[in-house]
Design a protein around this ligand. Structure first.
Ligand code: 13P
Length: 427
């Protein structure tokens, strides 16, 4: 299983430059995880059919469907060809106050739609300076404990991204990364996630990628700014290609994820400490048999994901797939007025820097490094139990229940962010 290179394009690029960059990387037969902005998912997807590049989204809604203006649901992303989604990125934790309550909902929504979460953790500068880095990261990982083992097995990777290293041009030292990855590995091992890859993110460049990716503690990298540049991302991927992920525990093999049909997730109150446990409803035996892969899984992580995802039926409106399980090429004209982005033919490798000549508009270069604003020290705020509101024990249901207002047994509704149709029973 080769090391992973994931590209988080954040809020960058335009439709044509995103498609051109994706097409060039696909033409080089790269094996990457690409996370374009949501509006570019479709144009990027059109470049990726029959490639080993996996498509992911940068965020998803906590809601399943309905009147949530501006939100994009897990099932919509899946329907758009996404196989993964980033959850817990510090830019959302800090910029949108996403705490463990919101993140848990997102994890559950993703898993139940068959999207594999890429879960991010990382401490701020102030937290590191006050000696709390380990405690903060450990508490951020606690949320995974609240998922059922089947949902944990769907986590594509955990990315350690120290906030102070993101976009600053100052990456963590290898010693710091190895120490923190050991913390993450210990925590993941404690909940049966021995095989979940651990990525590093924060000012990864072609210059530091070789050293980072040579470490046994680093299973891959999550790249921001440098991933917007064809040449830089290609050079980072070249460093990863040569490296194998080192097995970390007895159970080094990632369990195949259950099919979405089996992931009718239930919320249930834990009577001891009010933690939420996400239970997986067992699928009917016939459905499980139907979903067992007929061919043995291959060695590579990417192709294993492809195999699993190819065998899985999207919840709604499945996209046409090839016999290998990849998305069928879709003629751009049938999808509307996609501008003519010329796909790079297989085997034709663009020379370094060549991509800017293929695009109508030149690709933007990574934003210049700028220091992060110092954040006032604070105690770890991710303790999951703190944000979960208990309610009177009730019977398990497939659907989140409406609160029984007549009994007034639960806490008062805090805001109007949850609607009646998808409110979990523990809210
Ligand atoms: P930079 O590589 O730009 O520091 O961003 C890292 C990141 O946040 C990836 O998710």
């Amino acid at each position: 299983m080769r090391k992973i290179v994931a590209a988080n394009w954040k809020m960058n690029l335009r439709r044509e430059s995103a498609a051109t960059l994706a097409g060039a990387l696909a033409g080089d037969l790269r094996q990457l995880w690409l996370f374009p902005a949501a509006v570019h998912l479709n144009s990027v997807r059109l470049q990726l059919s029959d490639t080993k590049i996996l498509l992911g989204a940068q965020d998803l809604s906590v809601h399943k469907d309905g009147a949530h203006t501006g939100d994009i649901s897990a099932e919509m992303l899946k329907d758009c060809g996404c196989e993964m989604v980033i959850i817990g990125h510090s830019e959302r934790r800090q910029g949108y106050n996403e705490g463990s309550d919101v993140l848990l909902r997102k994890l559950v929504r993703a898993c139940s739609a068959g999207l594999r979460p890429l879960f991010c953790v990382g401490e701020s500068k102030a937290e590191r300076d006050s000696g709390q880095a380990n405690a903060v990261v450990e508490s951020q990982l606690l949320i995974l404990k609240r998922l059922a083992p089947e949902a944990r097995a769907m986590v594509a990777a955990v990315a350690y991204e120290p906030v102070w290293a993101i976009g600053t041009g100052v990456n963590a030292t290898l010693a710091q990364i190895e120490e923190m990855h050991a913390v993450v590995a210990r925590k993941l091992g404690g909940i049966g996630m021995h095989a979940t890859p651990i990525l590093y993110g924060g000012s990864v460049t072609p210059e530091n990628a070789r050293e980072l990716l040579a470490s046994r503690a680093v299973d891959g990298v999550l790249v921001g700014g440098a991933s917007l540049n064809y040449d830089a991302l290609s050079r980072i991927d070249d460093c990863a290609k040569a490296q194998e992920i080192a097995p970390r525990g007895v159970s080094a093999q990632l369990e195949p994820a259950p099919p979405p049909e089996a992931l009718a997730l239930l919320f249930e109150r834990d009577t001891d400490d009010f933690n939420i446990e996400v239970k997986v409803k067992p699928a009917a035996p016939a459905a499980i048999v139907a979903e067992v892969p007929a061919t043995p899984p291959s060695d590579g992580a990417l192709s294993r994901y492809e195999q699993e995802m190819g065998l899985r039926k999207p919840p709604t409106q499945p996209l046409p797939r090839t016999s290998q399980g990849r998305l069928q090429p879709v003629a751009p004209t049938s999808q509307g007025k996609l501008p003519p982005v010329r796909p790079v033919s297989q085997g034709s490798v663009p020379v370094a820097g060549d991509i800017s000549r293929k695009a109508t508009a030149p690709l933007p270069t990574p934003a210049p490094a700028k220091p992060t604003t110092p954040v006032a020290p604070k105690a770890p705020s991710e303790a999951p139990t703190a944000e979960v509101k208990p309610e009177a024990p009730g019977a398990k249901t497939d659907k989140p229940e409406k609160p029984d207002t007549s009994k007034n047994s639960g806490p008062a509704k805090k805001s109007n962010i949850y609607d009646d149709t998808d409110r979990p029973s523990w809210v």
